[in-house]
Design a protein around this ligand. Structure first.
Ligand SMILES: O=C(O)C(=O)C[C@]1(C(=O)O)C=C[C@@H](O)C=C1
Length: 361
């Protein structure tokens, strides 16, 4: 058979499979709608992260058994969008994030909820919290720490002050690219970006664009927007920003750090159910006496709970008084976590659970 005929035959088969997939997607959405009706009748939350996580894990395992001709790495992104779209037929979820569009926080929001939610860009981290408290958003996404820049203290402070819960976490690899409408790097005289992004790309910029003026703007997304109409300008930003603003990537990954990751928190009003692979975050203070921190944390040790992080911040109530942000493995619905935290609460002058949520992938 000549190759053209063979190609046509194969493409016809692909068309048939695509149609089958689409029919099945419609059947799936119909079932999700029925689930949605039952959940509304019984006042249950529409978004159920534990169920979504179980679906991803089951399908990734099945895909490995099926021989992985379809890459296992693609299973979660594909099903994330399928679930996101099915969920949107039950109810539209509103997600506030630190904008504008195409920031890394926007990407984190998409990675967590999929595209089919109402994304609400706001201009400060505090506004993300405010949108939820004012019931304009159901969830929010904020950055909390970066492997190079460290902790975003402001996010921690807001978690103490607001009556909200951490409902999830997202870890994103940060890759910074040089982009513009002019693909010729020699003609670039201005480079826009966020202060941190310029710092991370300093070596590359010094070597390759020693005479360019480096201009700080509020976000990498804003930088891309600034570069989109100017032939002599470039931006240091994400791939998503290049897509949204129609920029050409002049040079990929110009940041010098190989391990550049940012962790984002998803915040909401309710603690999601346990998935079996969860994390709990809480804050506490200690009495001003010898061995206080040791004694306060002792219940964790006694109940065999792994503490994965502890971070101190000034309490801002008294000078030299601190609160401790702590992450442990497990969910508050796990018996030993519940017991240990109860004991810890009894010892601490101040104690608050900030959330129990599925660990990021
Ligand atoms: O199982 C549910 O509760 C559903 O609403 C269905 C579904 C899905 O599409 O699979 C959608 C949203 C939920 O977050 C979890 C799962």
């Amino acid at each position: 058979m000549d190759y053209k005929k063979k190609l046509e035959e194969l493409r016809n088969k692909i068309d048939q499979i695509d149609e089958q997939i689409l029919r099945l997607l419609n059947e799936r959405a119909k079932l999700a709608q029925e689930v949605g009706h039952i959940k509304k009748e019984h006042n249950l939350p529409i978004y159920v992260p534990s169920r979504e996580k179980a679906i991803f894990e089951r399908l990734e395992k099945l895909n490995a058994e099926l021989g992985e001709i379809f890459p296992t790495d693609a299973v979660k992104p594909v099903f994330r969008e399928i679930i996101s779209a099915c969920r949107s037929t039950e109810e539209s979820i509103k997600v506030a994030y630190l904008g504008p569009r195409a920031t890394f926080t926007h990407q984190a929001a998409i990675k967590h909820f999929g595209q089919a939610v109402e994304h609400i860009p706001v201009s400060t981290i505090k506004d993300v919290f405010e949108e939820i408290v004012k019931e304009k958003a159901d969830f929010g996404v904020v950055p909390v720490e970066n492997t190079i820049e460290g902790i975003v203290n402001y996010t921690l402070d807001l978690l103490v002050d607001y009556p909200l819960k951490i409902t999830g976490e997202v870890i994103l690899e940060i890759s910074l690219h040089l982009m513009g409408i002019n693909p010729d790097v020699r003609e670039i005289v201005r480079v826009y970006s966020h202060r941190h992004a310029l710092a991370e790309c300093r070596d590359w910029l010094r070597e390759n664009l020693p005479n360019a003026q480096l201009i700080e703007v509020e976000s990498t997304a804003k930088a891309a927007e600034m570069a989109k109409d100017d032939y002599e300008s470039a931006a240091v930003a994400s791939e998503a920003a290049a897509d949204i603003y129609g920029l050409h990537i002049i040079e990929r990954k110009i940041d010098r750090h190989i391990h550049n990751f940012t962790r984002f928190l998803v915040i909401g009003t309710q603690i999601p159910n346990r998935t079996g692979n969860d994390k709990t975050t809480f804050i506490f203070s200690v009495k001003n006496e010898v061995g206080a921190l040791y004694k306060t944390l002792e219940p964790l040790y006694r109940h065999g709970i792994n503490m994965t992080k502890i971070e101190s911040r000034p309490s801002k109530k008294e000078a030299w008084d601190y609160i401790f942000f702590t992450d442990i493995e497990g969910h508050i619905q796990d018996e030993r976590v519940e017991k240990a935290l109860k004991e810890l609460e009894e010892i601490s002058p101040f104690f608050k659970i900030l959330g129990s949520y599925p660990k990021a992938h």
